[in-house]
Ligand binder design. Sequence first.
Ligand code: PMP
Length: 438
Amino acid sequence: MHHSTARSEELFREAQQVIPGGVNSPVRAFKAVGGTPRFIARAQGAYLWDADGNQLLDYIGSWGPMILGHNHPAVVAAIQQALAEGLSYGAPTEREIRLAQRVREAYPSADLVRFVSSGTEATMSALRLARGYTGRDLIVKFRGNYHGHADSLLVQAGSGLLTGGGGSARSAPSSAGVPQAFAELTLVADYNEPQALEDLFQRYGEQIAAVIFEPVVGNAGVLIPTPAFLEALHRLTRQYGALLIADEVMTGFRLAKGGAVELLGLQPDLICWGKILGGGLPVGAYGGRAEIMQQVAPLGPVYQAGTLSGNPLSMAAGLATLETLFQDPPYARLEAYGAALEQGLQTLFAEAGLPVAINRVGSMITVFFREGPVQTYTEAVASDTERFKAFFHGLLQRGVYWPPSQFEAAFFSLAHGPQELDKTLEAIAQALKEPALL
Ligand code: PMP
């Protein structure tokens, strides 16, 4: 059962000599759970193989992009085709039009779409646009939501930044290096607490350019928006002339063809995408009504650019991914796997007498180690992270690679089938026999 991790350990030591913390994105370092991160050598379908040759059933999926499974033949073929035609031209290409058309097909409210190279760039650019369009400076975000690492958004942020703590609406940054003056332009409210949002708007409404939110939260673990919260978001932004920005970087093309916007019937003014849109290569995008998007350069005064924006390989991977998804929409299949996984988890934890709250929407799931319900940030952070650690390592030792933090969503793909479900539930059943978990 216990994997040899000698090679990962060696690589981790070496990596730390040349890369801060040995990783290029913090959550990969396993800081929240301890131990040595697995260095990955290759991937196929629902599986990864680490540098020691251990096979891991993947519930991270590169943190969202790999909805088709790793190395999907259609995506690989599209990249190979593009590769033969050159890597980057710094000039427009037909694939950019085709991918923008696919985005619009899924999100009819997005008249115009601009491609960038990451989710961070997408949200950062959407905020600049909202400020440019409204002529206002303040933005509102929610505690524990994560929108990438732009300065204004590293305020009470989720994902790798998630720590406890309250704070006033005008909050301190969650990262060193973010000037207090920037952080002061970001107001923070609590997710699923409509009254708090109401109060914030009453006080600052005329100065608020935009509210940005995760329409289903992944970055505090999965949190599901309540109808009252969604109603307040729409009503208050409209009433005060602020833009509503749906950050669909994680949920776009995952929860439905038209993401959470379609699933929940949202009407945001701007939408941000990433992850699945690039099929595993670097891509982000933002889009919305023509009247707003026309403020972006070269049409308007809001500047935004990128040397590798619309990169041919990324466009090819994204196009192949969306075309595969749209040809035979997989959302019912993902939901079936998710429902079975959730049911299996409920049964196993109930049998073990261990209280958990399982939040799931489609192919995003979190097991919170506490009694439910978990609807708010405050409820999420009160989870038993020591138990989560034992759960995580119990699974990893049995070849199931769950996200290494209580406050992340686990993702599965179309490559996860009955065999993977059995393997997962068997690993959990075994892990639940360990004293550390009980
Ligand atoms: N928004 C959301 C909702 C995300 O989950 C993420 C990344 N996990 C981002 C934005 C930032 O995307 P990227 O890491 O590509 O910059």
